[in-house]
Design a protein around this ligand. Structure first.
Ligand code: ADP
Ligand code: MG
Length: 235
């Protein structure tokens, strides 16, 4: 198995100084190139799990392995797209996307060529010289996706990336994300509190229970992937 999440435990101390288990024996497997969603109500531990996969935090127990390697720290092969696009307002769309590549010491010409390629994939070729404030919410999220893809990650981690968008924009972005997934064969871990969105997008839906942070169910979704709900899934 490509990605294995093995017996993960994570606790936090809350404001009453009590230790609260947010993730309790979480086990998930994902094949390379698969599209997995994590769905559950607010506060059930979805983001916490995503940060652990990203290597932004460490579990109290258990381990996460990608291609057999234990995740210990963040790396360009696992990138996160957050609910807020988090673009640099003083940089253009193109500069936002090439930023990470320049840190990797890639030449400007090479970085720009790569950025233009991914910006085309998210249908933003015409907006390379725009600044974030000139873009709609959906376009900002497309830039955030382009900025992630340009790093050529093996795993794209998405934390409620479309939750702040209106329904129509979200539907368009669903279609685009499926196209990107097919084209790049990137493994996607997608977090949402919306079970419909999870089922529409992914092949496997991991449903979290509210408390404590346990998995309630893992649903395999029959193939579809064109934004059409399969008949065999009832919500
Ligand atoms: P979700 O993403 O499903 O809404 P989170 O993973 O963000 O949930 O949070 C799960 C629980 O863990 C919440 O009760 C939250 O307050 C708590 N929590 C998350 N991160 C921290 C932290 N760094 N310190 C203390 N508590 C935290
Ligand atoms: Mg969250």
């Amino acid at each position: 198995m490509y990605l294995t999440i093995n017996g993960i435990e994570k606790s936090f101390v809350n404001e009453k100084k009590e230790r609260v288990k947010v993730l309790d024996n979480i086990n998930i497997e994902a094949e390379k190139g698969s599209f997995v969603s994590i769905v559950g109500p607010s506060g059930c531990g979805k983001s916490t799990l995503l940060y652990l996969i990203a290597g932004l935090d460490r579990p109290d127990a258990g381990d996460i392995r990608v291609a057999g390697q234990k995740v210990k720290k963040p790396g360009p092969e696992r990138v996160v797209v957050f609910q807020e696009a988090g673009l640099f307002p003083w940089l253009t769309v193109l500069e936002n996307v090439t930023y990470g590549l320049k840190l990797k010491k890639m030449s400007k010409a090479e970085a720009e060529a790569k950025a233009l390629e991914v910006l085309k994939m998210v249908h933003l070729s015409r907006y390379v010289d725009s600044y974030p404030h000139q873009l709609s919410g959906g376009m900002k999220q497309r830039v955030a996706i382009a900025r992630a893809l340009v790093m050529e990650p093996d795993i794209l981690l998405m934390d409620e990336p479309f939750s702040a968008l209106d329904e129509q924009t979200r539907m368009v972005l669903h279609k685009e994300l499926i196209e990107i997934w097919r084209k790049t064969k990137v493994t996607i871990f997608f977090i949402t509190h919306n079970i419909r969105e999870a089922v529409q997008l992914s092949e496997k839906v991991v449903v979290f229970a509210t408390r404590p942070g346990k998995i309630k169910d893992i649903i395999s979704v029959p193939s579809m992937k064109d934004g059409v709900m399969p008949d065999s899934v009832t919500l």
